[in-house]
Design a binder for this molecule. Structure first.
Ligand code: GLN
Length: 499
């Protein structure tokens, strides 16, 4: 019996649609049916697009029937984090303040996906304005980890990670400011790529911390990650920080072995997590190092001495930029307006009711850090430390071809476990934030499982615009291990029913 369609890779689905072995409409229907069954249990979507997805798929089938060439994601369903604009579709960023907002345009990445003949199937749940590590800061709903419904899916792109893990869509997009693609990818047992800062246009991504924000994909294999990254990257004049240096990734290049490859290992970084580092993560990390040695890589000791300041640095820079970016939600231009007498009263009522606790906390932190007299002591100093952190990475990557790091100190934690302790939540980003501050590309890949069956991810970090190399490193591991090919029972049972 052949495997259920929803378990197939994006690469093989696109090939089947292009060659006319399957219709885009059938592919879309299969994933929509899977999501009909699993999404209500998982809370993955804030808004589903079943009708328009089918219409788009049928249009792709008609174009094929006419003999038109199809794009590299022909008929492949893709889910979009709800802080990325899709024309005419509610975009809330998980916030009440944007309730009812429908952007009049597509984000650059959505334009690219459509041009590649992908099918947009919905908007996924996320932490409010992408602030969080568990998706519990969404103003609308909780998302559950497909591997264990009592656990968080990670955040802030928890919906996008969970939807791919549960095979509701083969691909999705999230955004990563300090780990929000990589950490949920690790918690959900899928791939999550944070591209080099500037590799993907931020046009149409609702801004959180502009000097860090980067859109990145989720997928269930290294090759599928490469496929969608090749579609969304590239220069866009509407984002002045986007660069032409990003290049499509060669799938053939991912298959090259690692003979003579120099893999940098910054072992001392494990100590930063102290007691907080789960033995299962340490064990997975050590065993991956051995696996890479067996695969022919040379292990190089490197150090990232300033990464110990990364969390402190990030929690100055990100809130500072957020406080400025979120000033625009004042009840005048977007979404909700609450009126309470005069103009000031309207601002206060709108922002008071519209923003959740975490967002308000960040606005307060950021406004404080940027206020007159404090700027030099906080924001400016944080930017200087950031430069040192970036230099550490570039130095380490001068003597190695890529770095191997953990991505999370523990597997997925329990729902509600950290909601009353923002500092504990912030500390869970300890391994993801350094690469964000450095602006270098970083990938979380499924490495193994702990004794209770929760996925464990590891992280590969590369040189600026060298996404291809980090995907190749992950692909080498994928060829020898089965962590990436396993799917959670909820997806399997449901996919089996659908057969
Ligand atoms: N968890 C981090 C935060 O709360 C990272 C979020 C992100 O990458 N968007 O800011």
């Amino acid at each position: 019996m052949s495997a259920p369609l929803v378990l197939e890779s994006a690469e093989s689905l696109a090939r089947a649609v292009t060659q006319g072995e399957r219709s885009a409409a059938d592919v879309t229907r299969a994933f929509l049916a899977q999501a009909d069954r699993t999404a209500p249990k998982l809370g993955t979507y804030l808004h589903r697009l079943a009708e328009s997805a089918l219409r788009d798929a049928e249009a792709i089938d008609r174009r094929r029937a006419k003999g038109d060439p199809l794009g590299p994601l022909a008929g492949v369903p893709v889910a979009i984090k709800d802080n990325i604009c899709v024309r005419g579709v509610p975009t809330t960023c998980g916030s009440k303040i944007l309730e009812g907002y429908r952007p009049p345009y597509d984000a650059h990445v959505v334009e690219r996906l459509r041009a590649a003949d992908a099918v947009i199937v919905g908007k996924t749940n996320c932490d409010e304005f992408a602030m969080g590590s568990s998706t519990e800061n969404s103003a609308y709903q909780v998302t559950h980890n497909p591997w264990n419904l009592d656990r968080v899916p990670g955040g802030s792109s928890g919906g996008s990670a969970a939807t791919v893990a549960a095979c509701e869509a083969p691909l999705s997009l999230g955004s990563d400011t300090g780990g929000s693609v990589r950490q949920p990818a690790a918690f959900c047992g899928v791939y999550g790529l944070k591209p080099t800062y500037g590799a993907v246009s931020r046009y149409g991504l609702v801004a959180f911390a502009s000097s860090l924000d980067q859109i990145g994909p989720f997928a269930r294999s290294a090759r599928d990650t490469a496929l969608i990254q090749g579609v969304i990257c590239g220069r866009d004049a509407r984002d002045t920080t986007s660069r032409a240096d990003a290049r499509p990734i060669s799938l053939d290049a991912l298959e090259r072995d690692l003979a003579g490859f120099r893999l940098g290992v910054p072992r001392a970084i494990l100590d930063e997590a102290g007691e907080g580092l789960a033995p299962s993560i340490r064990a997975a990390f050590e065993s991956a190092i051995s696996a890479y040695e067996r695969a022919g890589a040379k292990i190089v000791d490197v150090s990232l001495p300033h990464s110990r300041y990364a969390i402190a640095t990030y929690y100055l820079i990100a809130p500072a930029e957020a406080s400025s970016n979120l000033a625009r939600y004042d009840g005048v231009r977007y979404g909700v307006r609450r009126s309470d007498g005069d103009l000031r009263g309207m601002y206060e009522a709108t922002r008071g009711a519209g923003f959740g606790r975490e967002v308000k906390r960040r606005i307060l932190l950021g406004t404080y850090a940027l206020s007159a007299g404090y700027y030099d002591a906080y924001y400016l100093r944080a930017q200087k430390v950031r430069t040192l952190i970036r230099k550490d990475f570039l130095d380490a990557l001068a003597v190695s071809d890529a770095l191997l790091l953990p991505i999370t100190p523990t597997p997925a934690f329990k729902l509600v476990e950290k909601t009353d302790d923002p500092l504990a939540m912030y500390l869970s980003d300890i391994f993801s934030i350094p690469a964000s501050l450095a602006g270098v590309p970083a990938l979380s890949f499924p490495a193994s499982f702990d004794a209770s069956g929760l996925p464990i991810g590891l992280q590969v970090v590369g040189r600026p615009f060298d996404e291809e190399t980090i995907l190749r490193v992950a692909r080498a591991y994928e060829r020898e291990h089965d962590a990436a090919s396993r799917v959670p029972a909820i997806a399997l049972a449901e996919a089996g029913d659908a057969r």
